[in-house]
Design a protein. Sequence first.
Length: 223
Amino acid sequence: MKPTIDYIREHFELYNRMMFGGTLTVPPIHLTNARTYMGMLTYKRRVGLFGGKRFSDFALRISRRFDYSEAELQDTLIHEMIHYYIAVNQLKDGSTHGPLFRQMMEDINHQYGRHITVSHRSSHEERLQLLGSQPRPRVFAIMQMADGKYCIKVVPRIVERVRTMHRRLTMDPQVRTVNWYFSTDPFFALYPSSMGRRMQYVDIEEVRAHLVAATPITDLTAI
């Protein structure tokens, strides 16, 4: 099935009552043509003068590029609702899919007979098929953020642009470490290449499995 905004809103309200005590307000819902994700919760994060964090401008994005089963679409929605609940209540977790997320996911799966997964793995092969089998060289940075989570940023394979992005990242107070890589693994083609400031959070354990064959870049002039 293909998602619709009415379907997503109706089931958001249903699961909010069932699983989250009716505490969540319905965020703006956007249907996208993204091939890099099935669902995504986006928001702005602001750091105060004394280090406190504020989250705002929440939005729920669901890709309509995929032909979901009804259960898969529902599980994708609930997955993002867990992220929403953690963020809007400013709860601490060890990583994007840390112990708190996993405990909530397992509780919901057990209580309601769902099959929510950490990273929508059921869509991974389908997403790669959409990209095709041709090698897609990528230059990208893996960043550890100040909160301990990890992000990826893919940039065009142009030396000056990589240098520019490296300067931006190393000057960002929210970025703790930056490591650059080159790879033709189709996995990294799932992430868009751009010079925008937006970075995408990743499950670092999933990424590390694909970094094994990647080439670390220590000299940014040798790209």
